[in-house]
Write a protein that binds this ligand. Structure first.
Ligand code: PXG
Length: 460
């Protein structure tokens, strides 16, 4: 039997990692030059431990996903039991198993009333690929195959597969692949701090939504199939839209008969203090992307929530839907996700984010508003950001974008705490189990890091 090689020394792991392991979103030359990766060995609650036994406060819940925190015995036990009972069987060809069925029913119960069906995938990217396939299938079934264009937003993140990258609006990703899917277009993001100019946030929300309407009219509504958006743009820098934005997007999608896809990969499962971001912002979608918090990252699993409108149409008129993944509805992943949802329910983690930890985080973040480096802080539930600026009055941005954010991020790194830099927004999205004391600990590190960055820039 091959033993898991847990006892390799850290230097050896770093050497093997650099030699053999190509990481996602990584500059390989500079990773090697900087001495390789930090090796994470274990985790508990909101803390990670590295190969040198440093305890690291994880303000990002991994990659916005470990909602129930690390070290959950219940999830490990469920996985173990499911692996012994039925480690795998597919859900193609008229077969199913209890975990996939129970999870589908449970997720449907959590979604809005007009959502009763769920299609499983293994990652948020894949679920968004499913959305693209589903949207085209829907319009063919509806007898309107000319509805082909899908509209996303600049600076959005919808994944890293070909469709995910094309739906997203990350220009560095587009530059590496060209225009990956010519039928996908992008409109303005609702990022008031950067783009709002002299407008009030409420005015700007309508202005950003209008960019969707303008594009629809340009392309011809009869040619537009769908619009996709994250309730809050996560990887783009926790862009919380003005209140006027989503109701106007609902109106536009309805008026021009365009399917609305809410990408809830980050916002879903409690992040914004409701089960889904669509409840927080009043979004009325036709398809919903879920991943991350669905299993709190304990197993790779994702899902597309399919509204009755879409499901009924493709059921009635679609014949076979030629789409699916070997691991769609994987029994172990489904069993773990189901238990994860039960934990979120039984521990009241959504309510806690709404009424206790979320407001506390917002209050603590707001204390940075008078810091010389801070343009604004923003927070909904347990997702927030500190926007760094060159000039608080004019909202001037640093050039090149991201340099100061990275400096600040490195200060967190040195202090064994994790907040991410998305451009020059320092973002956080801690496990929903974080306590107010742990939030305070993270905020005192954040204060030190903001001060240290200001000193680096000679403004403090
Ligand atoms: N949609 C959204 C809104 C996401 O945030 C995906 C889809 C894709 O999910 P998968 O499981 O295929 O990665 C995501 C993922 C970052 C970062 O740097 C964010 C994500 C992934 C990796 C890095 O903030 N979000």
């Amino acid at each position: 039997m091959t033993e898991l090689r847990r006892n390799l020394d850290v230097e050896e792991l770093v050497r093997l990692d650099t030699a053999h392991h190509m990481h996602p979103f990584t500059d390989y030359k500079s990773l090697a030059a900087e001495g390789g990766s930090r090796i994470i060995t274990r985790a508990e609650g909101v803390y990670l431990y590295d190969g040198h036994n440093n305890r690291i406060l994880d303000g990002m819940a991994g990659l916005w996903c470990v909602n129930v925190g690390y070290g959950r015995e219940e999830l490990a036990e469920v996985a173990y039991r499911q692996m012994k009972e039925l480690p795998y069987y597919n859900t193609f060809f008229k077969t199913a198993h209890a975990p996939s069925i129970e999870l589908a029913a449970k997720v449907a119960e959590k979604l809005p009333a007009n959502f009763n069906r769920v299609f499983f995938a293994n990652s948020g990217s894949e679920a968004n690929d499913t959305n693209v396939r589903m949207v085209h299938h829907y319009w063919q079934c509806a007898g309107k195959p000319e509805k082909r264009f899908i509209i996303g937003r600049e600076n959005a993140y919808h994944g890293s597969t070909v469709a995910g990258a094309a739906l997203g609006g990350m220009s560095p990703m587009h530059k590496q692949g060209g225009k990956l899917i010519p039928t996908i277009h992008h409109v303005m993001q609702p990022y008031w701090y950067k783009l709002g100019g002299e407008m009030t946030p409420a005015e700007f929300g309508l202005h950003a939504a209008k960019s969707l309407e303008d594009r629809i009219l340009e392309l011809g509504p009869e040619n537009v199939a769908a619009f996709i958006g994250e309730p809050i743009q996560g990887a783009g820098g926790v862009i919380i839209p003005p209140e006027t934005y989503w109701p106007e997007i609902n109106r536009i999608c309805k008026q021009y008969d365009i399917l609305l896809i809410a990408d809830e990969v980050i916002c879903g499962f409690g992040r914004t203090g409701k089960w889904f971001g669509l409840e927080t912002f009043g979004i009325e979608p036709d398809l919903i992307t879920m991943a991350k918090g669905l299993s709190s990252g304990y197993m790779p699993i994702a899902a597309t929530g399919v509204s009755d409108r879409v499901a009924d149409m493709i059921t009635a008129n679609g014949g076979e839907f030629f789409h699916g993944y070997t691991y769609s509805g994987h029994p172990v992943a489904c069993a773990v996700a189901l238990k994860n949802i039960e934990i979120i329910e039984s521990e009241g983690l959504v309510e806690k984010a709404a009424t206790e930890t979320g407001p506390h985080l917002a209050k603590r973040l707001a204390e940075f508003n008078d810091h010389p480096l801070v343009g604004e802080t923003r927070c909904v539930g347990l997702i927030g950001a500190i926007e760094l600026t060159k000039n608080k009055e004019t909202r001037e941005r640093f050039e090149p974008a991201g340099k100061v954010g990275t400096m600040c991020r490195d200060h967190f790194f040195k202090r064994n705490a994790i907040m991410r830099a998305c451009g020059d927004a320092m973002v956080l999205s801690p496990p929903l189990v974080i306590s107010t004391e742990e939030i305070d600990a993270l905020m005192s590190v954040a204060r030190e890091c903001l001060d240290a960055t200001a000193r680096d820039l000679g403004i403090m």
